[in-house]
Design a binder for this molecule. Sequence first.
Ligand code: OGA
Ligand code: MN
Length: 202
Amino acid sequence: MQDTFILAKNDLDRVLDELNQHGFSLLDHLHPQALMNQLVQECTTHLQDFREAAIQNGVVSNIRSDHILWIDDALPIAQKHLQLLERLSHEINRAFYTGIQNIEAHFACYRAGEFYALHRDNPQQKNNRVISTVYYLHPEWKEHWGGQLRLQDKNGQWHVIHPEPNRLVLFQSDLLHEVLLSHQQRLSITAWLRTDDKIWAS
Ligand code: OGA
Ligand code: MN
């Protein structure tokens, strides 16, 4: 578990400071290349199991067109990513007394022409999501492929974040954001750091 968490103290301090000041932060080159390659592998070998994200409990929405696969123990490489997020959660709890105790996560695949319209992951504090994280794991990304994450920070300022491979974005789950139309297959792990008393799913 420890071997996958090699976040330098100055990176951690910067992330905590940016979360505090702006409500979001980026961490580039998150995992060693070998682990990222394994994540790409695990994700792509399961693509046929992905389901339409727009259909939840039989209800269809038209705000998103991506496909997802919820992460459980049957996906051991993805669990390594969750272990890193778990450690990050402990640091976030230490800094902000957030009480995060649980992580909920899925792989997501946006094919060419897919998007996720403006939304919040925790509208009106309706669920227990505190921080949303998105990790991009396609092997490469070119600017003209689109698929940017557009996010309004806690001060009302908008930011356009490119889905660079091996980049982790963290943001408050109550912030407004969207995924712009992607022109290429765009792969990611979305994970929410939550306050439910499940005490770590992994
Ligand atoms: C989400 C989401 C952003 C992204 O899954 O809720 O907003 O960049 N994802 O994939
Ligand atoms: Mn979202």
